[in-house]
Design a protein around this ligand. Structure first.
Ligand code: HXC
Length: 258
């Protein structure tokens, strides 16, 4: 499928979705997020893809939801035809591993879609924030919830109430991002991580992220019980036998993703 506002590239088992509205700092309009949702649906159905990277450009991952598109919105039409639920939230529903590669601005909805990914690798130029309060609104696709879980209540309150940005170093120290690398190394680093992930057993990857995500909704005891059941379930796969036999035979495993 031809896309207008994103670029989709595949390299082996890794696919990269690049948000591509550079003049608007990748502001997230419905058309672009509709394309992201369509691309993710296709990538989820494609057994040849094991990991996805979501990225922008050097200046902006995304400077938020498109304010010009939102300005005349009204409650009832937003409620009845919620475009955020259908499109942006396709990222949180995506079942294979997805990494956000963030350079420059990741603000408002941009920070929120980065947080929907499984983890964030940022360049040293990245800037994160939830500035919606400056527009007379609040975050709307998980910012208040995911940010508070990632960085704690104090910093989430600080960021959301003041609308200030935090740099990559603060984001790393507060636990929002997994790694910070020099801007010129960002895509090589993320590609290396994605290739490694895509080379693992796909059912194990999918179950792993499901179990970690589920832990946010459960008590510790329930989470550990769910983890044990899913661990046991992986002994139904050929990949478990292959992975363990490869270790014993001192060779690399060749996973068949089943
Ligand atoms: C629409 C945007 C935009 C946005 C930038 N642009 N952010 N358009 N929606 N969120 C456009 C500008 O209008 C401008 O277009 C062009 O991109 C370049 O932006 P400048 O402001 O000229 O660039 P700069 O001076 O470098 O400032 C960068 C910036 C600033 C600090 C990131 O653009 C900014 O504050 N943007 C808004 C950030 C924000 O409030 N995000 C939250 C949105 S609400 P023209 O045509 O003038 O050149 C949100 C709600 C989420 O995300 C909940 C539901 C998803």
């Amino acid at each position: 499928m031809a896309y207008e506002l994103i670029e989709l590239d595949t390299d082996g088992r890794v696919a990269t979705i690049r948000l591509n509205r550079p003049k608007a700092l990748n502001a997230l309009n419905s058309e672009m997020m509709g394309e992201v949702a369509q691309a993710l649906a296709d990538l989820e159905a494609d057994d040849g893809i094991g990991c996805v990277i979501l990225t922008g450009n050097e200046k902006a991952f995304a400077a938020g939801a498109d304010i010009k598109e939102m300005v005349d919105g009204d409650y009832l039409s937003n409620y009845k035809h919620d475009p955020f639920e259908a499109n942006h939230c396709a990222i949180e529903r995506f079942r294979k591993p997805i990494i956000a590669a963030v350079s420059g601005y990741a603000l408002g909805g941009g920070c929120e879609i980065a947080m929907m990914c499984d983890f964030i690798i940022a360049s040293d130029t990245a800037k994160f924030g939830q500035p919606e309060i400056n527009l007379g609104v609040i975050p709307g696709i998980g910012g208040t919830q995911r940010l508070a879980r990632a960085v704690g209540k104090a910093k989430a309150m600080d960021l959301c109430l003041t609308g200030r940005m935090m740099d990559a170093s603060e984001a790393e120290h507060s636990g929002l991002v997994a790694r910070v690398v020099p801007v010129d190394d960002l895509m090589d680093t993320v590609n290396d991580a994605a290739k490694k992930i895509a080379g693992h057993s796909q059912p194990a990857n999918m179950i792993l992220k499901e179990v970690i995500e589920a832990g946010y909704e459960m008590s510790l005891r329930e989470g550990i019980r769910f983890e044990r059941r899913m661990f046991q379930s992986l002994f139904t796969t050929e990949d478990q036998k292959e992975g363990m036999n490869a270790f014993i035979e001192k060779r690399k495993p060749h996973f068949k993703n089943r």
